[in-house]
Design a protein around this ligand. Structure first.
Ligand SMILES: *Cc1c(COP(=O)(O)O)cnc(C)c1O
Length: 351
């Protein structure tokens, strides 16, 4: 394994940080009487022990996850959506106004927004015309201050999985972090890159309960990484970033894996049907290969198609102003009825 000095990547103020130690961390064992956290000992108007602070490190959830994905508890970070993990990666690794990160547009918008919020330069190395990684171009954009390369796979908004070989080449040629955002991996039929964690200390894999798991409202996402990285994210996060409700419901959801798998299967069937139907519509110019629960299509006039759909109460994502997505609409696979309604409407607009 290539020796990577992860410590060297960390911002000096974070290396020195003595994190806040919340009550429920200083004492996390069993006791008869808890008078350490200024909670309301009389209880709350709602059931479920909500008068008590949650476990700041979400150990029960991580143990359950650890069993299902085969990683150690110390290699799992849980956040308020994977968006929280993205922001924390900036706060731990990127010195404002000094360091930079690389993104490969067209891609998920949060990487650049998080960079802007943290006053960190974003370098853009566009995907190729086939929406694959430009590995040579990416490596050429790297300099001493490049801390993170963000890769989204399957990519939002294009839908395709990135080639594993390309990701591995970046992991092996770049001394900073390679963050692979796998928000849609469960729809892809392709293996996660999680198995590369053991041999690449600079890999961070993001996954979320918001998409395939159907729990976008609960706000839970995960970062899987070397224990040193996970420890740093934990030091910087707000102490109680996952509510006890979220922790309890994730534990329940993990027991229902079979239901989730069956819903993924149904979405994939609908995706196929949707793609086929879109292919027979006059104004649809191009349909891109998708490994996710949405499809990017190019139409003759994206703005007017978008507006017309809106007047029929159907909202899709207009991506036509995004580079390489000109004329593009990103359409989420809905229920059978929703997809039928969408197809009927677009067909009705004529060419
Ligand atoms: C939806 C999405 C996320 C969102 O994650 P949350 O866990 O809901 O914060 C992350 N990455 C990509 C690429 C997404 O499309």
């Amino acid at each position: 394994m290539r020796a990577i000095d992860l410590e060297k990547l960390v911002r000096p103020n974070i290396q020195k940080l003595r994190p806040y130690s919340p009550a429920r961390k200083e004492f996390s064992g069993e006791a008869r009487i808890f008078l350490d956290a200024n909670e309301n000992s009389l209880g709350s108007p709602l059931p479920g022990n909500l008068n008590r602070y949650p476990d700041p490190l979400q150990i029960s959830v991580k143990k359950a996850l650890s069993r299902s994905i085969g990683l150690g508890v110390e290699e799992i970070f849980l956040g308020n959506g994977s968006d929280e993990a993205i922001d924390l990666l900036f706060r731990v690794f990127c010195e404002p106004r000094t360091d930079n990160i690389i993104i490969c547009p067209p891609t998920y918008g949060m990487y650049e927004v998080s960079a802007d919020i943290n006053d960190v330069e974003t370098r853009r190395v566009p995907l190729t015309d086939e929406f694959e990684l430009d590995v040579a171009g990416t490596l050429k954009a790297v300099d001493e201050q490049t801390k993170i390369i963000f890769i989204c796979s399957p990519n939002n908004p294009t839908g395709n999985v990135m080639r594993r070989d390309d990701v591995i080449t970046l992991l092996e040629s770049f001394d900073g972090l390679v963050v692979v955002d796998e928000a849609y991996i469960h729809f892809s039929g392709v293996d996660s890159i999680l198995d590369a964690l053991g041999s690449h200390r600079n890999l961070v894999v993001l996954q979320t309960f918001s998409k395939a798991w159907g729990l976008a409202g609960l706000r839970v996402g995960a970062a899987y990484a070397d224990r040193l990285i996970v420890d740093l994210l934990n030091r910087v996060k707000p102490p109680y970033n996952l509510s006890s409700v979220a922790q309890r419901l994730i534990l329940e959801a993990l027991e229902k894996r079979a239901e989730v798998d069956s819903s993924i299967g149904r979405i994939l069937e609908e995706r196929e049907r949707l793609v086929e139907a879109l292919g027979s519509i006059g104004c649809v110019r191009e349909i891109f290969r998708t490994d996710a629960n949405f499809v990017l299509v190019k139409v003759t006039d994206a703005d007017s198609t978008y507006e017309k759909l809106l007047t029929e109460g159907i909202v899709v994502r207009n991506r036509s102003m995004v580079e390489k997505c000109e004329g593009g609409l990103r359409i989420t696979v809905g229920t059978r009825e929703e997809n039928d309604a969408l197809i009927l409407s677009i067909r009705g607009f004529g060419k």
